[in-house]
Design a protein around this ligand. Structure first.
Ligand code: NAD
Length: 311
């Protein structure tokens, strides 16, 4: 047993006697693809939610997406119409972080950019209750480093939902070096309340899922870049040849190419290994603003049905 493991076990034993903080009111910062999904599952689980974004139009789009996704759940008999009405009534919205002052827990799901996230914590923390816990939904950035930029690193944790949140079962939980055990237990209990299954990852670049998944996507972009196969050939090959439910380029569009590139850069910088260098073609698509589904265009053009490959 290493000293680190021994120290953690002692801390866990001590913390076991401490009460686990209760989470009744959740704040969500960032109302994009992930923020709307997180607000959706929290509200359906009976929690009061305040959803914020700097862009009012992102909040409007998120509310419309939630309504549509809940309608789909009603059609599939997963929820009742009255569950939808009750859940939507539990969601308040704001463009100002001061609205999160009474939250027990805030999960930040803003753009995958460390400076953006740090500036959010700087603006957010002075308005929070001293007991409030904060999580980042980051796909790749160090939880220890993000936590250190807050006034409460011991109450800071990585809570990494998968996309689309209402459908995907997994939540990765990542402790920063300072994260205390009551925070871990409270956020673990929240994940279970949301009907999720957790996997615990150590705080290394991109954690578990994206450490494995995003280099595979990057390799698919290299396969396209080098002319080994077309968009259709690559996605068909991986769907039918590896039994993946989506081809890697389709999946890249679904995640967002800016997010994929940001994750590759975190892996490249954080692990200093050239095998993680982002494919120049991925960089070019991001520079063009072809960010995938959310932008209407990426490796596929979504203005036509069925979507047409862009190469
Ligand atoms: P997105 O681009 O759909 O949404 C990001 C939102 O953050 C936008 O609405 C933007 O207006 C908002 N934002 C930007 N700056 C802000 C600020 N200062 N204050 C408040 N809001 C701000 O991105 P997304 O796909 O929802 O990703 C959000 C986070 O979730 C990222 O950290 C990403 O890595 C992570 N994540 C993404 C996926 C995925 O598949 N897309 C999966 C898991 C985790």
């Amino acid at each position: 047993m290493t000293i680190d493991v021994a120290t953690r076990r002692t801390a866990q034993a001590e913390a076991a006697s401490k009460p686990v903080p209760e989470i009744a009111k959740v704040g969500v910062v960032g109302a994009g693809q992930m923020g709307n999904g997180i607000a959706h599952v929290c509200a359906l689980a009976g929690l009061a939610v305040t959803l914020t974004d700097v862009r009012a139009e992102a909040i409007e789009k998120a509310m419309a997406t939630m309504r549509g996704n809940m309608d789909r759940q009603i059609k599939r008999n997963l929820i009742k119409p009255e569950d939808k009405d009750a859940a939507l009534a539990r969601i308040a919205t704001a463009t100002d972080l001061t609205a999160l002052g009474d939250c027990d827990f805030v999960v930040e799901a803003a753009t995958e950019n460390e400076e953006v996230k740090r500036s959010i914590y700087k603006a957010l923390c002075p308005h929070l209750k001293p007991s409030a816990m904060v999580a980042s939904n980051t796909s790749s950035i160090s939880i220890t480093r993000l936590g250190a930029s807050t006034d409460r690193p011991e109450k800071f944790i990585g809570m990494h939902f998968m996309n689309p949140v209402p459908v995907m079962k997994l939540v990765e939980l990542i402790r920063g070096i300072a994260t205390d055990e009551p925070t871990f237990q409270a956020v673990h209990a929240l994940a279970l309340k949301l009907g999720k299954i957790t996997a615990v990852s150590e705080d290394f670049p991109a954690f578990i899922v994206n450490r494995i998944l995003v280099p595979m996507i990057n390799e698919a972009v290299y396969t396209l870049y080098e002319g080994v196969g077309s968009v259709t050939a690559i996605d068909t090959a991986m769907r039918l040849g590896a039994n993946h439910p989506m081809g890697p380029l389709e999946l890249a569009d679904f995640i967002g190419l800016d997010t994929c590139l940001a994750i590759m850069n975190v892996l490249y910088d954080g692990l200093s290994d050239s095998k993680y260098r982002p494919c120049p073609l991925l960089v070019k698509y991001v520079e063009a603003g072809w960010l995938g589904r959310k932008a209407g265009k990426g490796f596929y053009d979504y203005s036509v049905d069925p979507p047409r490959p862009t190469r």
